[in-house]
Design a protein around this ligand. Structure first.
Ligand SMILES: Cc1ncc(COP(=O)(O)O)c(C=O)c1O
Length: 462
C-alpha cells in the first residue's frame, strides 16, 4: 500500500476547495449544448413516487400559512418514522428537524459544529475530516466556517471502506502539525464510490470518533438504494455516538424528487435547537407541500406497504450499470444475464455504427477502467483514464481529469465530473465520475461520447 506517499500534508490542502474550474466548465456546457447529456449530476431517473406526488398535489390547500420552521408536528413524527427505518431508533420530537434538502440542514449543522468546537480550540486550526473521493459540494460549507478540510484516502483494494489505520495515521499527522481534528463527515452509502458502511465498519468509525472526540455528520441520502440486501448502518446506532452525531437524509435520491428539497435531520437536542434557530431566523421553513411529501414517504417506507417502486428504481439503476459496463468492459465482463445481454445488444444495435458496435461489444473501450466495479449502492461509476494521460486533444495536453472533461465537453457535448471536484486528485488524478441516473438512451450516448473523444486524442498537439 503506497498511500503514505499519496496523502498530502496539511499545508497541501487548500482552505477552500477550488471548484471554480469545474463550475466554469459546467457553465460552458450549458451554453454549448443546452445540457443534453449531463452525466455529472446524480439525477434520479424516474418520476417521483406516485403516492408522494399525489400527496403533494393535495397538500397545496395547506399552503396558506407559514409552517413551523422545525417542521410541523406531523412532519417531525414522519421524520422519526423514517429515521427509525434507517436504524436510528427511539427519537423524541425535539431530536428531529426538517429542512430544504439535506444540504440546508448540513450547512446549519456545520454552523453548530463551529459553535461547539470554537471555544475549546481557539488556538489551533480545526480540521474537518472527509473520506476522499467525496461529494465536493459538502467540502465548501466547512471551509466557509474556517475549518480546514482534510481527506483520508479510500481505496478500491479495501472495497472503498474507510480503513481505521489509514484514518489514525492521517489524524496523527494532523495533530503533529499542531492542528486538531474536530469533526468527521461520513457519507453512507457513499458518493461517489457507492460503498456501504455496514455495522462492523460503523463500529470501527465510532471508536475513532469517540477516541479523538470528533463530532460526526452521517450523510445517509443514498439510504434505500443499497443492492443485494446490503444495509448501511448509521453511526448514531452505535453505542456512544448518539450524542455526537447528526444524521441526515432526504427524499432527493430514493424517492426521486430532489426538486422538492425535502430533507430530514436528527441529532442531540442541542444540535437540533441550533439548527432550528438558524432556519427560523432566515425563514427557511420547509413548504407545506414538501412536508406533505415527507409524511407520505414515511407511509411508503412502512414495512406494511409495498415497496415496488424502490425495487423498480434499483433494478433500473442496475440495468443501466450493466449496459454501461458492456460499453466500457465489453459484453463478456459486464455481468449481464442472457436476457439482459439480448436487451442490451438490441439497444446498442439501434444506436451505434456497426463498426463501433462490434468493437465495443467485443472488447469495450480500451484503457478505461471502472474502479468501483461492484456497486453496493447508488448510481455512480468512477472511471479511470490513466492510459490517456499526456495525450492531446487538439492542442490541449491531457494532464488531469479536468482536461479530459474539457475534451469530452468540446468533442461530444457531454459533461462528467472531474476528479478534482471529488477532492480525489491526489489519489485518482485521472478519474471521472459518471451518473447512471440517466435515460437508457443517454447512457449509450454517454459511452459513445467517451469513445468518440478518446479516439480523437493524439500523441502530438494538432
Ligand atoms: C452525498 C450527498 N449528500 C447530499 C446531497 C444533497 O442532497 P439534498 O437534495 O437532500 O440536498 C447530495 C446530492 O447530490 C449528495 O450526493
Amino acid at each position: 500500500m503506497q498511500y503514505q506517499e499519496q496523502v498530502h500534508t496539511l499545508a497541501d490542502f487548500p482552505a477552500l476547495p477550488d471548484l471554480s474550474r469545474f463550475t466554469g466548465l459546467s457553465g460552458a456546457l450549458y451554453a454549448k449544448t443546452g445540457n443534453k447529456i449531463n452525466a455529472s449530476v446524480g439525477n434520479p431517473l424516474n418520476n417521483p413516487h406516485p403516492l408522494l406526488a399525489d400527496a403533494v398535489h393535495k397538500s397545496f390547500a395547506n399552503s396558506w400559512r407559514y409552517g413551523n420552521p422545525n417542521g410541523d408536528f406531523q412532519t417531525r413524527n414522519a421524520a422519526i418514522k423514517l429515521f427509525d427505518h434507517i436504524g436510528v431508533t427511539g427519537l423524541q420530537i425535539s431530536q428531529v428537524i426538517v429542512g430544504n434538502g439535506s444540504t440546508n440542514l448540513y450547512s446549519a449543522a456545520i454552523d453548530y459544529i463551529d459553535h461547539l468546537t470554537r471555544p475549546s480550540h481557539s488556538d489551533a486550526q480545526r480540521v474537518f475530516l472527509v473520506a476522499t473521493p467525496t461529494y465536493g459540494l459538502f467540502t465548501i460549507h466547512p471551509s466557509q466556517h474556517n475549518f480546514q478540510v482534510v481527506g483520508f484516502p479510500l481505496f478500491a483494494e479495501h472495497d472503498w471502506k474507510p480503513h481505521p489505520s489509514i484514518i489514525e495515521d492521517v489524524i496523527t499527522r494532523i495533530h503533529e502539525e499542531g492542528a486538531k481534528v474536530v469533526a468527521f463527515l461520513n457519507i453512507n452509502p457513499h458518493n461517489p464510490t457507492g460503498a456501504v458502511v455496514d455495522q462492523n465498519s460503523a463500529k470501527e468509525l465510532a471508536q475513532i470518533c469517540i477516541k479523538h472526540d470528533l463530532f460526526a455528520i452521517d450523510d445517509m441520502v443514498y439510504k434505500w438504494l443499497e443492492y443485494d440486501n446490503r444495509e448501511s448502518c448509521p453511526l448514531a446506532a452505535i453505542d456512544g455516538m448518539r450524542g455526537r452525531t447528526i444524521t441526515l437524509s432526504s427524499l432527493s435520491k430514493s424517492f426521486n424528487c430532489p426538486g422538492l428539497r425535502a430533507g430530514i435531520a436528527c441529532g442531540p437536542e442541542s444540535a437540533i435547537m441550533h439548527i432550528s434557530d438558524k432556519l427560523r431566523n432566515s425563514l427557511q421553513s420547509v413548504s407545506s407541500v414538501t412536508q406533505a411529501a415527507i409524511i407520505s414517504a414515511s407511509k411508503i417506507i412502512d414495512p406494511s406497504s409495498s415497496n415496488d417502486f424502490l425495487e423498480e428504481c434499483k433494478e433500473q439503476y442496475q440495468f443501466r450499470a450493466k449496459l454501461f459496463r458492456t460499453m466500457i468492459d465489453g459484453e463478456a465482463a459486464a455481468g449481464a444475464t442472457p436476457q439482459e445481454r439480448k436487451e442490451i445488444k438490441s439497444i446498442l444495435r439501434g444506436m451505434l455504427q456497426p463498426e463501433m458496435l462490434s468493437h465495443v461489444v467485443d472488447c469495450g473501450i480500451p484503457g478505461v477502467n471502472i474502479i468501483n466495479r461492484t456497486l453496493e449502492a447508488g448510481y455512480f461509476y468512477l472511471l479511470d483514464f490513466s492510459d490517456y494521460q499526456e495525450l492531446y486533444y487538439r492542442d490541449l495536453k491531457i494532464n488531469d481529469s479536468y482536461d479530459l472533461v474539457t475534451a469530452l465537453v468540446h468533442e461530444a457535448k457531454t459533461l462528467a465530473l472531474p476528479s478534482e471536484f471529488m477532492l480525489a486528485s491526489h489519489t485518482y488524478p485521472m478519474a471521472m465520475r459518471v451518473s447512471l441516473g440517466l435515460k437508457v438512451h443517454d447512457i449509450v450516448r454517454l459511452g459513445r461520447a467517451i469513445y468518440n473523444t478518446l479516439v480523437n486524442l493524439t500523441d502530438e498537439p494538432t
